[in-house]
Design a protein around this ligand. Structure first.
Ligand code: NAD
Length: 361
């Protein structure tokens, strides 16, 4: 960001991403420094998690919140939810800078948006933090189950990823049975472990990998998976590579090494560069299930909490990820465009169509 005229740069960034509103929250008494970004509310209130992170610079925090809130718009749109896209970041170290007062102050900023933005848990925040926000505003989801929340979204996220994997298998092999198929799961955390369970329940061969050696060996033993080291993932020939740890694991180097015809996992922002690597995967004939399409289970969980849906309805909505993924893969094949471009096209069409509905009557 050029120091001489930062305001101009902020507005040009908002214009480039297409944001509706960005709110800067500053409260020296509690140490709160936060940014709430509302990208689009055509389909409904902007819902997105609050991330707490020790960003090195304020412009890094702004970049993150703009990028993440835009992807929430697309995730809600393609999942068929009546939600817009938003996100919030709190600048600070979640292990030492957080306090009840800070989170309640942040809750008051959300309250003042009168329902235009609804938040949830993200990296660096937890259900207890959401409980503090709830003390000031009703516009928060992911509060503990004991006070009426939807609890840990990871099992639902894993189910959505599982449905996305099945849709890819169907596209390549004509049936979606995972028995005998092999899959590398990278990252055996909250989502990864639940995914390993679902895959093993259907007799898939699972290679599990995590930097936390103790955890990965425990989970592998529990479900009958094979542990593989983090640096041998791209040497293994398997049917599916499932990134469930970090973003940007799909880049020029890893695409050249990858020996799996399908990529489908939960991690956000898997492609280091959406257009370059989306196209590269298409050229190489590797089927990529766009991350935001198949990891929408967490968002569905929040939506269900808001709408008062039953567990059954939440599971139904999550199972719809199978059809959503099929539609993306079919459009990609029909128009010879990358799967990420196909997903973006479907999401944008829904938003444009509904915007017309709302503006014409
Ligand atoms: P988590 O923190 O519980 O698990 C991540 C795991 O990845 C950890 O066990 C960690 O040790 C491991 N890991 C980190 N770096 C690694 C590396 N280089 N190689 C192998 N393993 C590595 O997180 P989670 O809740 O399971 O989420 C996983 C991913 O899915 C994240 O990218 C998250 O943003 C995304 N996601 C999660 C949800 C959800 O409901 N939890 C929803 C949507 C998206």
């Amino acid at each position: 960001m050029p120091a001489e005229n930062p305001n101009e740069t902020i507005f040009s960034q908002l214009e480039a991403y297409g944001h509706k509103k960005v709110v800067f929250c500053s409260d020296p008494d509690t140490g709160l420094k936060a940014i709430i970004a509302i990208h689009d509310t055509t389909l409904g209130p902007a819902l997105g998690g609050t991330r707490m992170w020790a960003y090195k610079t304020e412009s890094e925090a702004l970049q993150d919140v703009l990028r993440l809130s835009k992807s929430m718009t697309y995730k809600a749109a393609i999942t068929g939810l009546n939600l817009g896209g938003g996100k919030a970041v709190i600048i600070g170290d979640s292990r030492k800078d957080k306090s009840e007062a800070m989170l309640r102050k942040f809750g008051r900023y959300i309250k003042n948006l009168n329902g235009e933005f609804i938040t949830a848990v993200d990296v660096g925040t937890n259900p207890k933090d959401m409980e503090y926000i709830r003390m000031e505003t009703q516009y928060v989801t992911g509060v503990p189950e004991t006070i009426g929340g939807s609890g840990d979204p990871s099992p639902i996220t894993a189910l959505g990823v599982f449905m996305g994997i099945k849709a890819c298998i169907k596209q390549l092999y004509g049936n979606d049975n995972l028995t005998g198929r092999s899959i590398i799961v990278q990252g055996i955390g909250h989502v990864g472990e639940n995914l390993v369970k679902l895959l093993r329940d259907e007799n898939a061969k699972v290679y599990a990998s995590d930097i936390n050696e103790e955890r990965v060996s425990q989970v592998a033993k529990k479900y009958g998976a094979e542990v593989v080291s983090t640096n041998s993932i791209f040497d293994i020939g398997a049917d599916i590579y499932s990134p469930c740890a970090l973003g940007a694991t799909i880049n020029t180097e890893t695409i050249n090494k990858l020996q799996c015809p399908i990529i489908a996992g939960s991690a956000n922002n898997q492609l280091e560069n959406e257009s370059v690597h989306g196209q590269m995967l298409l050229d190489k004939g590797i089927l990529y299930a766009p991350d935001y399409v198949i990891n929408a289970g967490g968002l569905i969980n929040c939506y269900s909490e808001l709408m008062g849906f039953s567990k059954k309805r939440t599971l139904q909505l999550t199972e719809n990820i199978y059809e959503a993924t099929r539609n993306v893969l079919k459009l990609s094949a029909a128009e010879s465009i990358s799967t990420i471009d196909a997903a973006n096209k479907i999401a944008e069409k829904r938003i444009t169509d509904i915007r017309k509905v709302k503006s014409t009557y």
